[in-house]
Design a protein. Sequence first.
Length: 228
Amino acid sequence: MDNHDQLDFSTILATSIHDMKNSLFMLMQSIEGLDLADNLTAHQHQTVADLHYQTSRVNGTLMQLLALYRDEKQQLPIFIEENSVNELMDEIVERHRLYFQSRHIDVSLKIDTHLFAYFDLDLVKYLLSDIFINALRHTKSLVAITVVQTPAYLVFKVEDNGDGYPQHMLDVNQGASNSFNANKGRSGLGLLFAKKIAEQHITNQHKGYISLENKPNNRGSIFTLYIP
């Protein structure tokens, strides 16, 4: 087999994920349509919401897998352009409204109006969607999102009132580890993805980064994304 006949795994992976994402999108539309039915019981509505949530998680994991593979091969495209932060956050919250309303989770979004910034829209969207999904999964009753523009960084903060991050995730946050451990659970892949995407954003020698911390007395966790 010569070079022209050899399989390009990156292309195969991208094509396969694209096909799966199309199928997942159609599935999510069908699920949303089911939730509009008038004859569903409360339990059935909850089941539909859970299906929508799990489908969203699979979709996010597929994108993380593709992005991390491309990053390893130094083929991860980054498109930095000006975007509306308000539209981004509204889309993320609305995408998961079915789930958090069914779970009676209080979600708040605090952001300045008409806030625009430069970043890769698709990658940051997948990053923040994954963080939001995990906050919804682990919170007890609320998730608070705030976005502020500081002189050096655009700062996204996602807080919940769950049990907090386990120590191995805080270790990654402190730089003690920079690898994914499949045995550790709770979004280890998502954390690695978040670090990679944040670090791809560099402006005037400032590099993007993430921060994880737990609130005192096990009152929840705080994830923060800094985009220069």
